[in-house]
Write a protein that binds this ligand. Sequence first.
Ligand code: 8YV
Length: 313
Amino acid sequence: MTKVLAVGQYSDIDLKALNADFGAPPLEDLARIADLPESDRAQVTALAYKGHHALDGAVMDLLPGLKLIANFGVGYDAINIADASARGITVTNTPNVLNDDVADLAVALLVMEQRKLTASEQWMRDGRWPTEGAYPLARKMSGRKVGVLGMGRIGREIADRLAAFKCEIHYQSRSRKDAPDGWTYHADPVALAGAVDDLVIAVVGGPETVGFVSAEVIEALGPDGIIVNIARGTVIDEPALLDALESGRLRGAGLDVFLNEPDIDPRFLALPNVTVLPHVGSATAETRAAMGDLQRQNIHAHLQGQALVTPVN
Ligand code: 8YV
């Protein structure tokens, strides 16, 4: 047994690299850790984790020598940081390398939903253009007032892109940011939603943002609004979102993240006013390679007793 244990569904590139660097063939999921012999578990000092299932103290206690959890992903909401800190375990993530991809996708979701791109492409593929004529008119995206909820690194990339689409930028964040002239700060999400046409969610996941986009926020956005979520499903009150979409109190949504992925609420799939994507924000070969590199850099630093590259606790 090596000192490094990998858990999760890795790409071939990552599998090769994990094996070459650490001789660490991954376990499929966290539940498999308990199946390892106690003597093997005792040797593990670093856990390379890729996944969204809860990794809490009970799992950590199966690896009594654990010092590092190197998460594959910027969001580490699945990992109980308090449990890790209490056990002297440092957690690392993979920030920045995915900002462009996730921001690209957020803007794409807004364009797709405003312009009805999926439905109009389907119109063409179904042969309806020659028989029924032009696809019904969609809505203009450029120039809308867009609220970015969460002005961290990804939020900023999204806002910069939307500014290039001539959108009026509003944002809400824990604090006012050093933003370009003309961007408007709002102290809370309801005020933000009330001031804009559409809302893009880019806050971190985790306990402090559960249900942050509440029924009240959705109501404040109003029936002409689109909500885009590239953050975490937990950030939206999902039943309230579904009710608003089904009843027309919200015009549409572009969603890359959901509660209970991949077994999402089937009501989403029945809605014509939602663009759904299977959590592909960072899913390009280039970005996933960079994320894997950063995960392994943190493990190398740990094994060599050097400062970790991207610690979160
Ligand atoms: C996941 C993500 O990491 O980085 C994040 O926070 O949500 C994604 O990039 C990806 O699904 C791999 O697990």
